[in-house]
Design a protein around this ligand. Structure first.
Ligand code: 5GP
Length: 180
């Protein structure tokens, strides 16, 4: 499916909406099975994970809570040493709880690496990562990914929560911005 929006170039689809929906259902079932009987907190990484998180959690048939954080990166993130910093922290302590970080995409791995190190100091009962997209070709930090939606090639993707200069987050599928 391609959606041409007024005054925007058409976005080529890489992962269609129905495939995303199917994968959310599968991941939700896995998470439901793995966290049965555990005190689960889903931690959404703003802003990109919002659409994924909201679809995913509908398929997790467990009592759970949801919290959010936002980080930003400084410096040249194409080189190791890019600095990640909290812009918005969790609203509650996670000590003794089972934390599942929900990300839109793991690219260099710097963000998830930072989050795992930071959240581990707060002594959760467990700490895992669920990402909609994995772009392994650009990895700089070898981070564990416990739940993965789709692997994508080394291209800049948008849609389903992911933006390009703040736009395209509302596309119902994952696409690629045509080179201008
Ligand atoms: P990392 O720290 O793993 O390099 O990148 C994580 C963040 O970079 C993601 O949460 C996302 O905000 C952004 N990012 C990385 N690759 C892409 C991409 O292909 N498209 C978009 N829209 N954002 C990306």
């Amino acid at each position: 499916m391609r959606i041409a929006r007024e005054a925007e170039p058409p976005i080529e689809s890489l992962v269609a909406a129905d495939r995303i929906a199917g994968r959310c259902a599968e991941l939700g079932r896995e998470i439901t099975r793995d966290y049965s009987g555990k005190d689960l907190i889903l931690v959404g990484v703003l802003k990109g994970s919002v659409m994924f998180l909201s679809d995913l959690m509908r398929h997790i048939d467990l009592p759970l809570t949801v919290d959010y954080l936002r980080v930003s990166s400084y410096g040249d993130r194409t080189e190791s040493g890019g600095v990640v910093r909290f812009e918005l922290d969790l609203s509650q302590p996670v000590r003794g709880k089972h934390v599942l970080i929900v990300e839109d995409i793991v690219d260099t791995g710097l963000t998830v690496h930072y989050l795992l190190n930071n959240l581990a100091t707060r002594e959760p009962a467990s700490l895992k990562v669920c990402t909609l997209l994995d772009k392994p070709s650009r990895r700089q930090k070898d981070v564990p990914i416990d739940y993965r939606g789709f692997q994508v090639p080394d291209t800049f993707v948008v849609g389903y929560g992911l933006d390009y200069q703040g736009r395209y987050r509302n596309l119902p599928y994952i696409g690629r911005v045509p080179a201008s």
